[in-house]
Write a protein that binds this ligand. Structure first.
Ligand code: TYM
Length: 332
């Protein structure tokens, strides 16, 4: 049976990278698969979060997913900490994964930076918890942006080692689903850096909560180069900022890059940016409005998450019980 699991950290505003790289694909996939979509609050606290802000962000991200088109009745929408199996399976995986594997994780190196000794143990073990998220439901497919690819390879390694160690075929080897022209959306200020919640400049990203004025300002200020737009994609190879804006336009208008360039070849960025603003406002405006409407009723969002967590617990409990049995834990 095919089952999807994917997650998003409630650490701040959802941005265009989250939307184009992941959430939009989830909306499309929800009709073909059984899906679980998780606000990974336990991953969030691997770096410091203000408690009240974490609660608000968790609700806001849930509202963002629903506003983008995720149906919380058809799919399971929940926050990770309401399902204890995530932490429990993560402990088993802490004992399966090897230090050497975690030492290779580029995201840890980027996030810990020069202050490695000061990073939380949770940040280091983050990929094991992510593997547990997925394997707790024996999910077979995980739709994510390009930046999560290495974590999914590790998830496969952990599942494989568990199966080998315990001479079982218990865990499936998960397939990443990374697709679309915008699987890696870059910063609007620097086309070589990923668009990210943690970038100190708000001008580096378009947030799902930005209104039309903010979107217009950010797109107009986005870094470009002096040349007009090229005719073909190979003309973008050494122009990261131009490639990023064209990629965003293509993704938002559901086209490949070629037809976008066919239309804008030779155009100046000022004209292209005007059209990109109109397109982004037309696509994100309705999501933004719906998000605001949902956020006005936090109790309703909490009810959705409670219901999702109950359904997630029902799926996860028998799987965790089997894992504990395989590992050799005495059960009541
Ligand atoms: P997070 O919260 O950083 O991002 C959520 C999703 O958005 C994608 N994404 C991007 N895609 C394209 N361009 C970008 N600039 C960009 N920035 C973010 C991410 O690839 C992701 O799909 N570790 C995960 C959360 C997680 C998870 C999981 C995901 C925890 N457990 C289990 C899948 C399965 C993360 O930090 O995503």
């Amino acid at each position: 049976m095919n089952r999807i699991f994917s997650g998003v950290q409630p650490t701040g505003n959802l941005h265009l990278g989250n939307y184009l790289g992941a959430i939009r694909n989830w909306v499309a996939l929800q009709h073909q698969y059984e899906c679980l979509f998780c606000m990974v609050d336990m991953h969030a606290i691997t770096v410091w979060q203000e408690p009240a802000q974490l609660k608000a962000n968790t609700r806001e991200v849930a509202a963002g997913l629903i506003a983008a088109g995720i149906d919380p009745k058809k799919n399971i929408l929940f926050n990770q900490s309401q399902v204890p199996g995530h932490a429990e399976l993560a402990w088993v995986f802490n004992c399966v994964a090897r230090l050497g594997w975690l030492n290779r994780m580029t995201q840890f190196k980027e996030k810990a930076g020069k202050h490695r000794e000061n990073a939380s143990v949770g940040l280091y073990a983050y990929p094991n918890l992510m593997a547990a998220d997925i394997m707790l439901y024996k999910a077979t497919h995980v739709p994510v942006g390009e930046d999560q690819k290495q974590h999914l390879e590790l998830t496969r390694d952990i599942a494989q080692k568990f199966n080998n160690d315990f001479k079982t075929e218990f865990f499936p080897l998960v397939e990443p689903l990374i697709f679309g022209v915008a699987s890696r959306v870059m910063s609007l200020r620097d086309g070589t850096k990923k668009m990210s919640k943690s970038d100190p400049s708000d001008y580096s990203r378009i947030n799902m909560t930005d209104d039309a004025d903010a979107i217009a300002q950010k797109v107009r200020k986005a870094k470009t180069d002096p040349d007009p737009l090229p005719e073909r994609p190979d003309g973008l190879e050494t122009r990261p900022e131009a490639a990023n804006l064209v990629g965003i336009y293509a993704a938002l208008s559901d086209q490949a890059v070629e037809p976008v360039l066919a239309r804008y070849a030779g155009a100046q960025f000022s004209a292209f940016k005007n059209d990109l603003v109109d397109l982004a406002v037309a696509k994100l405006g309705p999501i933004n409005a719906e998000m605001k409407r949902l956020m006005a009723d936090p109790a309703q969002i909490d009810a959705v998450l409670r219901d999702g967590a109950q359904r997630a617990r029902a799926l996860s409990e028998p799987i965790l019980a089997q894992v504990y049995d395989i590992v050799g834990f005495l059960r009541p």
